[in-house]
Design a protein. Structure first.
Length: 318
């Protein structure tokens, strides 16, 4: 187990280093000059030269990358060229909102997706499976932005069940916090639930047709034990893979949902930084997102070894 974890940690570290290089070069490949965006109306050569010197844009790419990495290791992601606020402070303000929204959306996706996936597999060829497949197709087909607008129009404005926009920190009022996030989480989690449902159904169908399921039934195991203890548990490797990957996608892909519902998360911060050519903020946001992906993949691998010991043994031998 230890050698397996060390091997995965080493792979994660190498991936993170490569991610810093891609982030650094990708941000500087964006069209436009950040000095011009920062200067505003003061675009005389002397002002632009002073701005480039202050932002370190006159240094070589190697020097700029070295400063970026050293600062990131110290937890210093630079200072926003537009607001003058440290990037780490801005991320510390917006990231908890996005994480909370993503976790709630993932909870919605797991509850809806796994439940309907199991029902569709157990009730194969019956109306329950057709209904579950129809819901999954609908969830995959409807764009989040359209579903969000419809939800605001009918559930928030029409019926007044939820707030149409805004955010309340959890520490100030937990009930109001959840009340503001329920509707965005439902909208964001619907599409993920459809993916989880289809993968759960496929994995469950494969498990239900395996020899060990027939053996368990022949020994007189109850249908609940066959489905929950044997079939579902052996299907969890696929489900955990999908859930882990979708959590990373949720953290980086909640931009549209946050904009629709006026949530002060990564969405507004990222879009404003791109339009304003705010290099430090863009670098910080993308780097944190990449690190989140890497961490989630590592945790998924650890979950594999807990669910299926054969994966742990194979990983240790390799």
């Amino acid at each position: 187990m230890r050698s397996y974890l060390l091997h995965r940690l080493w792979q994660s570290a190498v991936t993170l280093v490569l991610a810093t290089i891609v982030v650094f070069l990708g941000v500087r490949a964006l069209p436009g000059d950040p000095a011009l965006a920062f200067a505003g109306e003061e675009r005389d050569p002397a002002s632009l030269a002073a701005i480039r010197e202050r932002l370190g844009l006159n240094d070589s790419l190697v020097v700029q990358y070295g400063k970026f990495v050293l600062g990131a290791l110290r937890g210093d992601l630079g200072t926003s060229t537009r607001t003058g606020i440290p990037v780490s402070t801005m991320i510390g303000t917006g990231l908890p909102v996005t994480i909370e929204l993503s976790l709630l959306a993932l909870l919605v996706a797991i509850v809806l997706g796994v439940t309907t996936g199991v029902v569709a597999a157990v009730r194969r060829g019956r109306p329950a499976e057709w209904f579950a497949n129809a819901l999954a197709l609908l969830g995959l087909s409807v764009p989040n932005f359209w579903l969000g607008l419809i939800a605001i129009l009918y559930l928030a404005v029409g019926l007044g069940l939820f707030p149409a926009s805004g955010f309340v920190p959890f520490g100030e009022d937990p009930v109001a916090n959840l009340h503001h996030l329920v509707l965005p989480a439902l909208v964001l989690g619907t599409g993920i639930a459809a993916i989880v449902m289809r993968q759960t159904r496929s994995a469950m169908l494969e498990s239900l047709g395996a020899d060990y399921i027939r053996t368990a039934r022949a020994k007189g195991a109850s249908p609940r034990a066959v489905i929950g203890r044997h079939a579902l548990r052996n299907s969890l490797v696929v489900v955990v893979t999908v859930v882990g990957l979708q959590l990373g996608i949720l953290i980086s892909g909640a931009v549209v949902t946050e904009r629709i519902f006026g949530l002060p998360g990564f969405g507004k911060m990222t879009i404003d930084a791109v339009f304003q050519r705010d290099y430090p903020v863009i670098q910080g946001v993308v780097l944190v997102t990449a690190a989140a992906y890497i961490l989630i993949n590592f945790l998924v691998d650890v979950a594999y070894s807990l669910i299926d010991p054969r994966i742990r043994v194979a990983g240790g031998q390799s």
